[in-house]
Design a binder for this molecule. Structure first.
Ligand code: TXA
Ligand code: MG
Length: 334
């Protein structure tokens, strides 16, 4: 959308570096003035604007080069604030919010009139979450408006899990980067649609399906209707490095001599003769989730003309990791 004017703005702003720091005040000032600020969360860094100001939200889409039909998540400080931007809550929504907020969970609920169309791409629902990061919670407490924030990466690329990742890609295009250290979960929030009588997981993420089902019982999973709702499946290729990436079940079992020209992203071990990065030598899925995007970025900017990633066990956070790796691999022909 509006690519011309976005390009113009980027070009105009490029001469000035974006300040980075742990101080809240520049973030408060930028957001109050309708500007853009990168914010730390426990999942990934977000690119935030005042969710109630359409002109501020438009700039998020421009800077990210994000299609206008992909709705944004609204971040709030507590459940009461979430209720102000939504209307009816199911029992499941109440139970999930009470158990997992603040945390890596986004609830899709019917939106209230407070939320402008641009935030939800005109949908009748809004994704809302209370992030579990002390710095951003304090920021939300000091603001009297919610924050619309997608992940702070150019559309389709790997999400940022450090302030440096944000600088690497958005320097000069936004007003401030609030540095809250490396993200502790490392993978985006789990999105759960509670807007109707049935509860449906739309995106696997930092909160495991098992944890959700322990709280509200069995739920359905429909991973095609989260991104670009209304155009199911179009976002199969996402979270992608610039190098071609191939996904395999096992590096050891499927190993090929051609892989020496590439680099691997291994689950626990790198087979002899190959080089690359390891998600978790100890086999810990939390560690793997936390490291995933940092290692993908490192491999993408390092040597090797293509990448081979190895699936992790498909349980707990492993499901979300495998989902991101599948999307990163989609469209690649290494
Ligand atoms: O962990 C996270 O969720 C991070 C941090 C910054 O909070 N945010 C994030 O936002 O991952 P983003 O924009 O990269 O991904 C949001 C996803 C998109 O796939 C979008 O389609 C979906 O949420 N989404 C947002 N509102 C929705 C709605 N009303 N119905 C269905 N899907 C929705
Ligand atoms: Mg994203």
């Amino acid at each position: 959308m509006q690519c011309g004017s976005a390009g113009q703005k980027r070009a105009n702003l490029r001469s000035v570096n974006t300040p980075v720091g742990p101080e809240l005040q520049p973030a408060i000032d930028a957001l109050r003035a309708g500007g853009l600020c990168a914010i730390p969360t426990e999942t990934v860094y977000g690119l935030a604007a005042n969710a109630l100001l359409p002109d501020a939200v438009v700039r998020i889409f421009e800077v990210k080069r994000r299609p206008a039909f992909d709705p944004l998540i609204v971040h709030v400080g507590d459940t009461a604030a979430a209720q102000r931007v939504t209307t009816s809550w199911t029992d499941a929504a109440h139970a999930l919010a009470a158990r997992f907020w603040p945390g890596p969970l986004t609830l899709v609920l019917p939106r209230s009139e407070a939320i402008p169309d641009i935030v939800t791409s005109g949908l009748a629902t809004v994704g809302v979450r209370v992030p579990a990061h002390p710095v951003t919670l304090e920021l939300l407490r000091q603001l009297d408006f919610p924050l619309a924030a997608p992940s702070a990466n150019p559309f389709g690329y790997i999400s940022p899990t450090t302030a440096q990742h944000v600088t690497d890609q958005l320097d000069g295009m936004i007003d401030y980067i609030l540095d809250g250290g490396p993200c502790q979960v490392g993978i985006e929030s789990t999105i759960v649609d509670c807007s109707g009588p049935e509860t449906t997981v739309l995106r696997l993420g930092g909160l495991s399906l098992e944890a959700i089902e322990r709280t509200i019982g069995q739920v359905s999973v429909n991973l095609h209707s989260s991104s670009r709702p209304g155009a199911p499946g179009m976002l199969t290729a996402h979270y992608a490095p610039s190098k071609p990436l191939r996904l395999v079940h096992s590096l050891i079992e499927e190993r090929s001599s051609e892989w020496q020209q590439g680099r691997v992203l291994a689950w626990q071990n790198i087979p002899e003769g190959l080089s690359g990065e390891i998600l978790s030598p100890a086999g810990d899925l939390h560690e793997a989730a936390r490291e995933l995007f940092t290692l993908l970025r490192r491999l993408d900017s390092g040597e090797g003309s293509f990448l081979i990633a190895e699936q992790v066990p498909d349980t707990g956070l492993g499901r979300a990791i495998n989902d991101r790796l599948r999307r990163a691999a989609a469209g690649s022909t290494p």
